[in-house]
Design a protein around this ligand. Structure first.
Ligand code: URA
Length: 204
């Protein structure tokens, strides 16, 4: 199926790598990212879901509603941040990303990071968190601790020569499935997000 396969911002080598993955053949749109490419704060999720695949917009479905709540609780608007994903195409039935797919799709994410130069990256869920904690080494991701251990704990990392404050958060979709257990933890983490956003704005 031919579709718009949008790549308005980055239409280079990165798109070529993505096109070589199986995921590209089944997706409707490449979901590149949205927001301000000069933002101090970047949110990175896992992969587009059904609605994102249909629209080309990240986090526009049910998980996106939770992300919007997060943003409004810390006083941020989508246009003030940049939102991207580890994978740029939807995996069939929203299955987990495979290492070879992460390897093919993340050069595009790294390009977004080099362009945006965010001070703070909020990694949403296990895959994004492990990718950053492994400093982009996909093979090293499996050795990294899971989100339950590291959520809400800011880490100073240097990735591709860029110093970033990494703030791991539960994935907004996980909150939907495990509301009772995760909501209080999520609310505590929001206090950390507020603090980090404030200090990143003060520093600019
Ligand atoms: N989940 C993600 O990780 N990313 C999206 O864009 C939507 C849902």
């Amino acid at each position: 199926m031919e579709s718009n396969k949008m790549f308005s911002e980055f239409n280079f080598l990165e798109a070529t790598l993505v096109k070589e993955t199986e995921l590209f053949k089944d997706c409707t749109n490449i979901v590149v990212g949205s927001g301000d490419l000069n933002a101090d704060i970047m949110f990175v999720g896992e992969a587009p879901g059904k609605k994102e695949d249909l629209t080309g917009v990240p986090f526009c479905g049910a998980a996106g509603k939770n992300l919007d709540k997060l943003l409004s609780s810390v006083g941020l608007k989508r246009e003030e941040i940049y939102i991207a994903n580890i994978l740029k195409c939807r995996p069939p039935e929203n299955r987990d990303p495979k290492p070879e797919e992460i390897m093919a799709h993340t050069p595009w994410l790294m390009k977004q990071i080099r362009t945006t130069k965010p001070k703070v990256v909020c990694s949403l869920g296990n895959y994004a968190t492990k990718f950053f904690m492994a400093l982009g080494d996909v093979g090293g991701m499996k050795k990294m601790p899971g989100i339950t251990q590291v959520h809400g704990k800011v880490q100073e990392i240097e990735i591709d020569g860029l110093k970033i404050r990494l703030l791991p958060l539960f994935h907004p979709a996980a909150i939907i499935y495990n509301r009772t257990k995760l909501t209080p933890l999520w609310e505590e983490d929001m206090e950390v997000v507020k603090r980090e956003c404030l200090s990143s704005f003060e520093g600019s």
